[in-house]
Design a protein. Structure first.
Lengths: 250, 97
């Protein structure tokens, strides 16, 4: 086809010229993530010296993150740097050093650059450090428009979480159940951490009544799996005294 | 917490007693922790994060949270550490049944 039609031939040449550029576009992701890891370890090591407090270390490295976000614009690591910057502005805003419009401007800039990227998932994932009233309309936009199922599901779950906060509007709190039902119905198999949105949304919809988890109550059954995927049941251990330890290694 | 739990499991090896974890770590963190700390007791894998499905259903928001059940599965204590004296007395009661 290319051989027969001059415009096609031209397209072929254009493709040959563009190919290295397109490829380099794809391969920016890995070096960007490596560079971000490097920046983070420098910050961590500096913080560990104890010379700076939490805010001090953020002020010191703000220019580095800003340069990083610019240098790696469009990549997943670039977005993560932007979210670090957003959180820093937000923290400062809480101390009244920045005006709220700066937070809004930064949010707008991030959505303009990354709104159609699957990486915007990180935004939904770290919403809790962000002003929820600013995010509500943006998450609704993502739920409506994002082509990426994980972005839509994460946006819905972020709204569920935001709606569960004490300072949530009655309207947002009122959407909780419908959002969770949508997650169970339409996003059951979409990954969330090491499980799925279906699993976590079902748990949110059907928590145990705290009144049934008091001393003297019979422990409710737990059916689940160990890390190797083998089935486990709490009732398998009836007859034993059991210490049930909700734990993590931190 | 690990050394305490490990010595408890060792001491009560021949008794009707089990520690069961509900673990909130990502898989690689869990596997490393088990290996480095000689953790011999089983754990439910709770989605690789705090706020996983089991913790959510149980309303757990602080880690660690520790429930103690008697041999009939009745909740006898809720706290943030193992109450060894309580465990001993519950085992004594289980033996008499």
């Amino acid at each position: 086809m290319i051989r027969e039609s001059p415009p096609g031939h031209l397209a072929g040449i254009v493709l040959v010229v563009l190919a290295p550029l397109l490829l380099s576009g794809c391969s920016r992701e890995e070096p960007a993530l490596a560079a971000l890891e490097e920046l983070r370890s420098v910050v961590r090591a500096d913080y560990d010296t104890g010379e700076y407090d939490y805010e001090g270390i953020r002020s010191k490295y703000y220019p580095d993150y800003a340069a990083f976000a610019q240098r790696w614009r469009g990549t997943e690591a670039g977005l993560q740097a932007e979210l670090w910057i957003l959180q820093t502005i937000r923290n400062a805003d809480l101390r009244q050093e920045f005006s709220a419009p700066e937070v809004t401007d930064k949010l707008d800039a991030i959505f303009a650059e990354y709104g159609h990227s699957p990486h915007i998932y990180h935004m939904a994932d770290s919403w809790y450090s962000l002003p929820s009233e600013e995010l509500e309309e943006r998450f609704d936009y993502l739920i409506e428009h994002s082509p990426d199922a994980r972005v839509r599901a994460a946006s819905m779950y972020a709204l569920v979480d935001a709606g569960s906060r004490d300072n949530a509007s009655a309207e947002l709190a009122g959407r909780r159940e419908a959002l969770l039902n949508d997650l169970v119905r339409d996003y059951a198999e979409v990954p969330w951490n090491s499980t799925t949105f279906g699993e976590i949304a079902a748990a949110e919809l059907n928590p145990h009544d705290p009144a049934d988890l008091e001393v003297g109550d019979r422990a409710p059954e737990i059916t689940g799996r160990n890390i190797d995927g083998e089935e486990m049941k709490l009732s398998d251990y009836l007859g034993n005294v059991v210490v049930l330890d909700f734990w993590g290694d931190w | 917490m690990y050394p305490h739990e490990r010595s408890l499991v060792d001491r009560l090896r021949d008794e009707p007693f089990t520690i069961i974890g509900v673990n909130s770590d990502p898989p690689d963190v869990y596997r490393t922790a088990v290996e480095e700390n000689d953790i011999s007791w089983p754990s439910f894998f709770d989605g690789g994060t705090t706020g996983g499905p089991i913790a959510t259903r149980w309303g757990v928001r602080l880690w660690p949270t520790v429930y103690t059940f008697d041999h009939e599965g009745v909740i006898r204590a809720i706290g943030h550490a193992v109450d060894e004296e309580l465990v001993d007395s519950l085992i004594e009661a289980a033996r008499q049944n």
